[in-house]
Design a protein around this ligand. Structure first.
Ligand code: 6PG
Length: 466
């Protein structure tokens, strides 16, 4: 009998099941595709501990009870179909874990339906791509706390480790895990947009070539910007193309695709009334990038300023600071959203635990997350990272560079929307006085919507004189 079952032997599933076996737990896989079942053992690993079948009955029969069945299949209808196909064969007390990027309300629906039938359902975000799935991902599970005890030893063994600590923890009930993974991806979109802007400003504003870009990002990765995304960015600039002479990055079409998790983060932030402009604009930029044909036409219609190059060392220094600043601001927005969603949906999230399990394994892992973990440990109810004493000096040290870089981009026609939204968010969030008193006056003027006053309590309306 096997300790763990896995449905879906695609790239993620195959790597995850082999990881389970590598860590001493026996695992049985299931996929309708015989090719995937047969090739499972081609990649090496602890193969005595792993097997698979195309037959669902064989799959289920081979699992120890309570069965722990993880699904790594595409989000959406496939998840419902797999659950339906499992139900006739499994028993009360068994556990189904959805490891995909499912929309959180789908997870709530599935959890409620399955709970009625005595089945425990988990939405568990898994981050780290194929390599992470095999070598140690960050795992974000949500569901029944008592049922988690059954999967905890396996998840802790397979997850990434940060100073020996597993990058997995029980996060909360219902869709807490999927929700946290969704916001993880929103932050991921934000950080990716920011790195792409820095790349643009360095190549257009400082004429840095790919070798220099490699060196710059590699040196940043050895400093306070240490992170998976900065690290892979440095490596990307080195990759030679195999079809034409030169670097691959220069041949890749500048249209970014998306599967929806960044957009969901923005949409839900709007629903909650939590501002996440660095994430919003990252989604918008993928949308603008998709309009390649229109962009080409529009480019021909308008003149752009001639770029006034900045001295390389100065530009690099400003860029490092601006990127660090805007990374902090982007994490701040995402974590703010999580804290608010936790109240709204009853997740009881501990933000320090989330930051802790993001320190390794996941796409947004970064040195910064160690500081973020400490900040939320010290002040669990911290409404916003920008209010943390740990971060005040880091922001003060870098905000002026962000201003200079955003101004440089605006003057030279280099679009830096992620950086400027991060800066604007910071300026607005740290303004004790905003001009929104005027908006209240306008609302009252044209619609008698009323307003409050600075100097006394109450709700007021004025018959505005023309
Ligand atoms: C991860 C990633 C992953 C996501 C990809 C693609 O944490 O491993 O977030 O789950 O699917 O990043 O996302 P987009 O196609 O939307 O860019």
């Amino acid at each position: 009998m096997y300790d763990f079952g896995l449905v879906g032997l695609g790239v993620m599933g195959r790597n995850f099941i082999l990881n389970v076996a590598d860590n001493g737990f026996s695992a049985f896989g299931y996929d309708l595709d015989a090719e995937k079942v047969n090739s499972l053992k081609n990649e090496g690993g602890n193969l005595e501990q792993v097997d698979a079948s195309t037959n669902i009955k064989t799959f289920v029969k081979n699992l120890k009870q309570p069965r722990k069945i993880m699904l790594l299949v595409p989000a959406g209808k496939v998840v419902d179909a797999v659950i339906e196909s499992l139900l006739p064969h499994i028993d009360k007390g068994d556990i189904i874990i959805d490891g995909g990027n499912s929309f959180f309300t789908d997870t709530d629906r599935r959890e409620a339906t399955l709970q009625n039938r005595g089945i425990n359902f988990f939405g568990a975000g898994v981050s780290g791509g194929a390599k992470g799935a095999r070598k140690g991902p960050s795992i974000m599970p949500g569901g029944s706390k008592s049922a988690y005890e059954h999967i905890k030893p396996i998840f802790e063994a397979v997850s990434a480790k940060y100073n020996g600590e597993p990058c997995v923890a029980y996060l909360g009930p219902k869709s807490a895990g999927n929700y946290v993974k969704m916001v993880h991806n929103g932050i991921e979109y934000g950080l990716m947009q920011l790195t792409s802007e820095i790349y643009d400003v360095l190549r257009k504003g400082g004429d840095h070539d790919n070798d220099e870009l490699h060196d710059i990002f590699a040196s940043w990765n050895a400093g306070r910007l240490q992170s998976f995304l900065v690290e892979i960015t440095s490596e990307i600039f080195k990759q030679e193309d195999t079809l034409v002479k030169g670097r691959l990055v220069d041949q890749i079409l500048d249209k970014a695709k998306q599967k929806g998790t960044g957009k969901w983060t923005s949409q839900n932030a709007m629903d909650l009334g939590i501002p996440v402009p660095s994430i919003d604009v990252a989604v918008s930029m993928r949308e603008i990038s998709a309009l390649k044909d229109e962009r080409i036409k529009a480019d021909a219609l308008y003149d752009r300023p001639t770029v006034q190059h900045m001295e390389k060392a100065q530009l690099t220094d400003l860029s490092e600071k601006a990127l660090y600043f805007s990374f902090i601001v982007t994490y701040a927005q995402g974590l703010h959203q999580l804290a608010d969603a936790s109240k709204e949906y009853g997740y009881q999230l501990d933000i320090s635990v989330i930051a802790k399990i993001w320190r390794a394994g996941c796409i947004i892992r970064a040195g910064l997350l160690a500081d973020i973990t400490e900040a939320f440990k010290a002040e669990p109810a911290l409404p916003n990272l920008l209010l943390s004493a740990t971060f005040v000096d880091k922001i003060k040290d870098t905000v002026d560079a962000a201003r200079k870089l955003v101004a440089f981009g605006a003057t030279n026609g280099i679009p830096l929307p992620g950086l400027s939204n991060s800066l604007t968010y910071f300026d607005a969030y740290t303004s004790s006085k905003l001009p929104l008193n005027l908006i209240q006056a306008q609302r009252d003027y044209f619609g008698s919507h009323t307003y409050e006053r600075l100097d006394r309590e109450g709700i007021f309306h004025t018959e505005w004189e023309a």
